[in-house]
Design a binder for this molecule. Structure first.
Ligand code: GDP
Ligand code: MN
Length: 361
């Protein structure tokens, strides 16, 4: 789950990092008040969980409190923006980049650092990447060799990176990024922006994180009323698998091959009786452009599940491409049914089905 700058900066400040003085506001009057209290030039920033605000015009500089109010009015008028951060505008001599990110392929945290931070960082490609052995943490000697910063900044940067890594670990983060990490004209470090993503599976054990109310979508409600467990995600690959465990593995596989799943849908046990409803819900999400069906039979027979699925398919007559992986009890008949009724061959392995579903999306 992504947390906005306000939350991320709160954690940084608690650890002793310097962050610009400021606060979150939700109206232009509050913005005016906040800017007056700061008594000087300010920055008014939209609080969104996603980055790239500078380029989207969502970061405004204001010379006076009245300007700040005007900037707040303009930002709050944009759709999807409900709160802002008003903070002091700090003089910056240099912009650095620092982050700790979980690298799925290396299976370890990566420390990222660059002396060329700022909003162009992604295109500049100047970021040094250092894998961290999670059992040992950051070795200061090694860090010294990595950074090769032999000037006055080094001690501060070293402390900053070590502390950032501790925070990333403590919060079960997947990303803690500071961009830019500003250097003031007197050589002090200050975190001008911060981005935090916490592992979804760890949210429950972090009471220090703000509770983010997630409102139920129309489809989630429909599923709940039908006795199905459905969770809408952000991607385009619709997923139907039997059982929660297989569904989770399928979502991981979709992400592993570079795709984005559109949903979690639990259709285990006797939920195959509700196949038409389940299919209708998964395909009811307008983001779904491709469907992946992954069945694994044990006590439950895959041919019985496929019968339910085909009934749903014939009722709804969807136009999205569908890829199947079918293994286990009843497999031969299930595969035959799919071939006869839909004219498509199930894939030999789950990996192939997943890749094909992503490709067709
Ligand atoms: P992002 O585009 O969503 O990453 O938003 P940022 O919070 O990083 O703001 C965009 C840019 O505005 C930063 O990269 C800085 O260059 C600049 N910026 C933000 N706050 C300040 C500040 O207090 N002082 C100065 N000089 N620049 C700032
Ligand atoms: Mn930034």
């Amino acid at each position: 789950m992504r947390f906005d700058e306000q939350t991320a900066k709160g954690f940084l400040a608690e650890c002793g990092f310097r962050v610009p003085r400021g606060r979150a506001v939700t109206s232009e009057e509050e913005a005016l008040e906040a800017a007056r209290a700061l008594d000087g030039p300010v920055v008014v920033k939209a609080l969104t969980a996603h980055g790239g605000r500078g380029k989207a015009g969502l970061v405004r500089f204001a010379a006076s409190a009245d300007d700040a109010r005007e900037a707040a009015r303009a930002l709050l008028a944009r759709s999807g923006i409900e709160s802002l951060r008003v903070e002091e505008r700090v003089d910056i001599a240099q912009e650095l980049y620092a982050a700790v990110v979980t690298d799925r392929s290396l299976k370890c945290p990566l420390l990222l650092f660059s002396t060329e931070g700022g909003i162009e960082i992604e295109s500049s490609g100047q970021i040094a990447r250092h894998p961290i052995d999670i059992r040992r943490g950051i070795d200061p000697e090694q860090l010294r060799r990595w950074l090769r910063l032999d000037h006055a900044l080094f001690n501060d940067v070293e402390w900053f990176l070590m502390t950032l890594y501790d925070l990333y670990r403590k919060l079960d983060a997947e990303l803690f990024e500071i961009n830019p990490l500003g250097v003031t004209p007197t050589g002090e470090l200050i975190a001008l922006d911060a981005k935090l993503i916490v592992d979804d599976a760890a949210i429950g054990r972090h009471l220090e994180l703000p509770e983010i109310e997630r409102t139920e979508t129309v489809l989630e409600r429909r599923a709940r009323e039908a006795g199905l467990y459905y969770l809408e995600l952000e991607g385009n690959v619709g997923v139907l698998a039997n059982g929660a465990g297989l569904t989770m593995a399928t979502l991981d596989a979709v992400r592993h091959y570079g795709g984005q799943p559109a949903n979690f849908m639990e259709i285990g046990g006797d939920a195959y009786r509700k196949a038409t409803e389940a299919l209708g819900i998964v395909l009811g999400n307008p983001r779904v452009t491709t469907l992946l069906v992954n069945l694994c039979g044990a006590y439950a027979r895959t041919d019985v599940m496929i019968e339910g699925f085909l009934t749903g398919w014939k009722t709804l007559r969807p136009s999205v491409p569908v890829c199947f992986s079918i293994r286990g009890t009843g497999e031969t008949r299930a595969r035959q049914l799919v071939a006869d009724e839909l004219g498509v061959e199930p894939f030999e392995s789950m990996d192939e089905a997943v890749q094909a579903a992503i490709r067709h999306g």
